[in-house]
Design a protein around this ligand. Structure first.
Ligand code: SAM
Length: 376
């Protein structure tokens, strides 16, 4: 179930975090289609850099490891999956250079392989960054599920890089071929900025950040009911642009704030938002890229604030939320509190009851509920 042949090599690939759903694979038909297309190219690949964008779980990195590719991703989970899958296939982690989504790209690449990301804004940011380093000799090959490739997707390739055409669909996937030509320089619109209600805070959002265009309605309700006057360390778990943590800084002047997210752009946005809006509080903030609270010590947090994620890449799942609740239970001190906001229909109350025993409903409206679970 977890083996696939890519570029003539049989690979064993697993998702990270390991999925409880055996039907969820660590590669997809687009990976296979991309590698079929690239197989002839591989035999006389040049030594110029090979770039891979948005490799979900490392399938492309493993398949292209002989080119020593540079793999660019916004996701810590994807990068961790890549490291694990390289090792699981007897390949060295050093054979692939893993870059975050805001890191500078290597100059004059021979090839850029792009998996179409869920967010069009992320694709735009990546193509604008790529534009700075490509030449007309750089081969651009992108791919995605047919239903994810729209006219707006192709227009971005056309406007930023050059003439673009698509392949026939294969197993509901499609490839995109672009010829790099001169194009007028385009301004990079990221990070975008909006003002947070009456606070006057200017919220900066890198391209892949959750609710990039305005305040999420769940977060809005949450911010009106956050705890205050706490001491010790408060974690903003899955911080996104950091709006929850910013409010917590204001309400809890004697607490330390830990902003955690698996997205490079979320961490960069949160840091920028504290620097811009509460610069004197920077000294009591820490910013951590990671998977949930994996890197946080047991019994070390006074409170965890969380607007939980409900998808990993294209898959809708409550696995990440459940992991966050379990991690919070481990990391909270005795008497510490996990505060969450969630869609009513997700039934988080039952999950938290099972894990913590004591759960209070702090507020609710027609759509959302705010729950506080206390560690006994
Ligand atoms: N707190 C922000 C807000 O309320 O606007 C963002 C909330 S958004 C619903 C969930 C966040 O969780 C996203 O920023 C996502 O990148 C992050 N996330 C998803 N999986 C994660 C994981 N395993 N570890 C840490 N953060 C994760």
């Amino acid at each position: 179930m977890n083996q696939v042949e890519l570029a003539g090599r049989c690979l064993t690939l697993e998702r990270y975090p390991v999925s409880q759903d055996a039907n969820l694979q660590a590669w997809d038909a687009t990976d296979e289609y991309l590698m079929q297309e690239l197989a002839p190219w591989l035999s006389d690949a040049s030594t110029a850099p090979v770039l891979i964008f948005n490799d979900g779980f490392g399938a492309l990195s493993c398949a292209l490891h002989t080119c020593n590719p540079v793999s660019i991703s916004d996701s810590f989970l994807s990068q961790e999956a890549t490291r694990r899958n390289l090792l699981a296939n007897g390949l060295t982690v050093e054979s692939v250079t893993l870059l975050g989504s805001l890191d500078p790209l290597p100059a004059v690449p021979a090839l850029a392989v792009i998996k179409i990301p869920k967010t069009l804004a992320l694709l735009e940011q990546q193509l604008l960054a790529l534009r700075q380093v490509v030449t007309p000799q750089t081969r651009i090959l992108a791919g995605g599920k047919t239903r994810e490739i729209h006219n707006s997707t192709l227009a971005l390739f056309e406007q930023i890089l050059g003439p673009t055409k698509t392949s026939l669909a294969w197993k509901k996937s499609r490839l995109i071929h672009t010829q790099v030509v001169e194009r007028p320089a385009l301004a990079n619109p990221y990070p975008t900025i909006w003002e947070l209600d009456d606070s006057g805070y200017r919220i900066h959002n890198h391209a892949n950040v959750f609710s990039r265009g305005s305040l999420d309605i769940g977060a809005r309700l949450f911010m009106a009911h956050l705890p205050s006057g706490l001491e010790g360390t408060i974690a903003d778990l899955g911080c996104g642009n950091g709006v929850i943590g910013l409010s917590a800084l204001m309400n809890n002047p004697n607490a330390q704030l830990l902003f955690i997210d698996e997205s490079h752009m979320a961490i960069a946005s949160s840091r920028l938002n504290v620097e811009t809006n509460r610069p004197t509080d920077l000294a009591r903030c820490q910013f951590m890229l990671g998977n949930s609270l994996e890197q946080v010590a047991t019994d070390s947090l006074q409170a965890v604030l969380c607007n939980p994620p409900f998808h990993q890449q294209q898959t809708i799942t409550d696995q990440l939320a459940w992991q966050m609740f379990c991690d919070a239970e481990r990391c909270l001190v005795s008497g510490g509190e996990l505060w969450i906001v969630g869609n009513r229909h997700l039934g988080y109350h039952i999950k938290l009851q099972r894990l913590f025993g004591k759960v209070d409903c702090i507020a609710s409206n027609q759509k959302f509920v705010i729950l506080r679970a206390t560690k006994s």
